[in-house]
Design a protein. Sequence first.
Length: 96
Amino acid sequence: MVAAGEGRTNLDRLQNITDEEIEAQMRDDPDWANFMDIDWSKATIVYPMPKNAISIRLDKDVIDFFKATGKGYQTRINAVLRHYMLETQKNDKKAG
């Protein structure tokens, strides 16, 4: 397939796979072991948005905490701030 200029994904197989087959494959995948019983019905899709570079002063222990969580700590800081923003907006709408 690759030599013919096609990708390695079997699109026909993907179109025809059943939900039961997907769940069985997930149960057999050790990477999914801790995620099988999560209720995903309230999950939201997050689309990447353009970022603006700014300078912000944060307490050292806050930065150290997020850096200790590994690569992508700035993205996690952004996620925490976004959650705060959305909850504040939701509460403002309830109050107004």
